[in-house]
Design a protein around this ligand. Sequence first.
Ligand SMILES: [Zn+2]
Length: 288
Amino acid sequence: MRYLNVHQGQALRDLERAFKNFLTIPERGFPVFKKKGRKDSFYLEGSIKIFQGNYIQLPRIGIVKTYEILPSVPVKNVTISKKADNWYISFKYNFESYPTEKVGETIGVDIGINTLATCSDGSKFANVKAYRQAKKQLVRHQRAVSKKVIGSKNRRKAVKKLAKIHKKVADIRADVLHKLTTWLAKNHSTIVIEDLNVSGMLKNHKLASAIADCGFYEFKRQLIYKCEWYGSKLVIADRYYPSSQICSNCGHQQKMPLHLRTYECSECSFKTDRDLNAAINLKNYVYQ
Ligand SMILES: [Zn+2]
């Protein structure tokens, strides 16, 4: 049995009204489901029902679509809160996992720059086109903001627009990530991923953008709870494990500068895609 954090806030009428207003303007998107409570919140109790994965019926409010898939569990009360421009819904429930039958045993997953994810079984998850387009827009608007005078009305406008595109990019990305993490957790008994040393990597500008793109933290967060739901095991490789440098065929280790897309072993002449080689090494990590 496990309880999630619940913030039992006071009923804030204004906030509830704000939430209702938010719901009546569809282009603003939908509330984000989060497991944590927030300060600016109100509390609802009564007839609550979760259905079709990401819909929840709330007393006084009506049906709300959530961004994240909800567990199909009985819920007695919820807390709705606001942080920045996002709405969060939180509640506690008795946790029970529902393990699925696994077709694959262990799978290694390499989160990459050009490809979102490369798996040790050879499957690849690409960044979707809509995402790449939104990313281009993002760069353009970022430039627009930087050209405006600080403190000016125009800048505020541009910043608002930029925030909107940021959200669009994040939404597309998270959608792809959800598909990937669900597939991984449902179908594999053990999933091995890297533990990226993000703070060290952020010094490298190119990589910083890649990490922001791929949403590695979001990927990891989703995998952690989905592995619990579906009864699979998540292994996070040691951050110093050189998954991209090891030859997945003979175990030899060599330097692999980022521009090299193909791994060519200087010992055994084994040749394969850089990301696939890393994914296989991650899979092998559990057999060390
Ligand atoms: Zn080799």
